[in-house]
Design a protein around this ligand. Structure first.
Ligand SMILES: Cc1cc2nc3c(=O)[nH]c(=O)nc-3n(C[C@H](O)[C@H](O)[C@H](O)COP(=O)(O)O)c2cc1C
Ligand code: SF4
Length: 373
């Protein structure tokens, strides 16, 4: 294969925003994709996406001053956009308590995109008029996209794009445990009905995610009719990602058999969650060593009295680990107090070095001879 001095990949246009490359860097919580990563990706012509998860704590610690969720979101989105290009935020539906404040902070800061999954973002357009911000749900089936479009139609809003995430992704998965390995759920097989549904609702751009790794993968999905790709694991393994050094080393060391989907003990969000099995918090969770303690509260749901008080990891360590603390530790927030939990995509076993965002984007764009293709 020869070097391509200029990328052969087409632009991606979402709500009038013209991305030079059809590459969205997926939001990675907790604290993995913050403004250093998002702004670097934005500068290189892709979409840089921060994660909303636990942002108030992370930004408050950095600033040495307490900020609430709205303020932290506003600041981090602004920093992501400061160096030019397009940047936005991933806001998980499962983080109910902070959801609305995250959305408001992002829109007020002029986020180019709000990407929202880990649940169906049925009420997203009703929170605040999005102005120039593109609203992008994450789905794992055509049915989910249909449901969202029907609900959003009543709110007089159409998704500006949709991310179809297959079961090879990192983080939480939108599939039941016994559906993850089904042939019918391979990304290439999930894609055609979702594309058809997207066309039905006015040719919504479809972005595919989960297992996309090389320039050749991107070309293959574009040829199938995708408008762009969203990638997580490749960006986790960059200099600019805010994963802790031990996290990045674990990614480099991880072999195929080390990457598992955790469930009982698993995430209190109730979705299968892909991790490196040697993650210290997971090893302790298997032995039920960590006593339940809820001092962060991001996953809390309302109790009968309407108070955010319920999390399956709060009272028992039987089925769930404390994801807030495990992931905050992996982002270097409290590693001396809590053990880390490393979430990755299936392809983490292929990562053998940490790249700069510039080198990675050049490789993905096909501008250099890609060692991995
Ligand atoms: C470390 C890590 C953290 C992630 N956190 C989130 C998240 O907070 N919210 C979300 O919607 N997706 C999350 N994801 C999924 C990514 O945004 C992306 O869609 C997915 O990883 C794509 O698959 P890939 O890793 O094979 O490229 C995460 C992925 C990784 C690897
Ligand atoms: S128990 Fe842990 S995971 Fe659950 S809300 Fe509290 S701090 Fe978060």
């Amino acid at each position: 294969m020869l070097d391509h001095p200029v990328s052969s990949l087409p632009e991606l246009v979402i709500k009038g925003k013209k991305l030079r490359l059809p590459i969205i860097q997926g939001g990675m919580g907790v604290g993995v994709s913050l403004s250093p990563l998002a702004s670097a990706v934005a500068r290189e012509g892709g979409a840089g996406i921060i994660s909303s998860a636990c942002l108030d704590r992370l930004v408050s610690k950095r600033n040495g001053k307490k900020l609430n969720t709205y303020e932290a979101t506003y600041e981090e989105v602004s920093l992501s956009k400061a160096a030019g290009g397009f940047a936005g935020i991933n806001i998980m539906v499962a983080l109910v308590r902070d959801y609305e404040d995250s959305v408001k902070g992002a829109i007020d800061a002029g986020a180019d995109f709000i990407i929202s999954g880990a649940g169906l973002p049925l009420g997203l357009p009703a929170i605040k008029p999005p102005k120039d911000t593109a609203l992008i749900p994450i789905v794992s089936s055509a049915r989910a996209l249909d449901l969202i479009c029907k609900k959003w139609d009543r709110l007089r809003y159409r998704p500006d794009a949709v991310v179809l995430e297959g079961p090879l992704a990192g983080g939480h998965l939108g599939f039941k445990m016994d559906q993850i390995d089904l042939e019918s759920n391979r990304l290439e097989n999930l894609f055609p009905p979702v594309k058809e549904m997207a066309i039905k609702y006015g040719d919504i751009p479809v972005i595919v995610a989960g297992g996309v790794y090389t320039h050749a993968d991107i070309v293959r999905f574009l040829e199938m009719g995708a408008n762009g790709v969203q990638m997580g694991t490749r960006f986790l393994a960059t200099e600019e990602s805010s994963a802790s050094p031990v996290y990045k080393e674990s990614v480099i060391r991880a072999k195929e058999e080390d990457i598992i989907v955790a469930n009982r003990p698993g995430s209190p969000c109730g979705l299968p969650f892909r991790i490196i099995k040697q993650s210290p918090m997971y090893v302790s969770a298997l032995k039920r060593l960590r006593q339940p303690k809820c001092d962060k509260g991001y996953v809390l749901l309302k109790d009968d009295e309407g108070k955010f008080a319920r999390c399956p990891a709060k009272e028992s360590n039987e089925n769930c680990f404390c994801i807030c603390n495990g992931l905050l530790s992996s982002a270097g927030y409290n590693p001396d107090k809590e053990e880390s939990l490393f979430t990755v995509g299936t392809n983490a076993s292929r990562v053998d070095k940490i790249l700069t965002v510039k080198a990675l984007m050049d490789e993905l764009a096909g501008r250099v001879l890609a060692a991995t293709s």
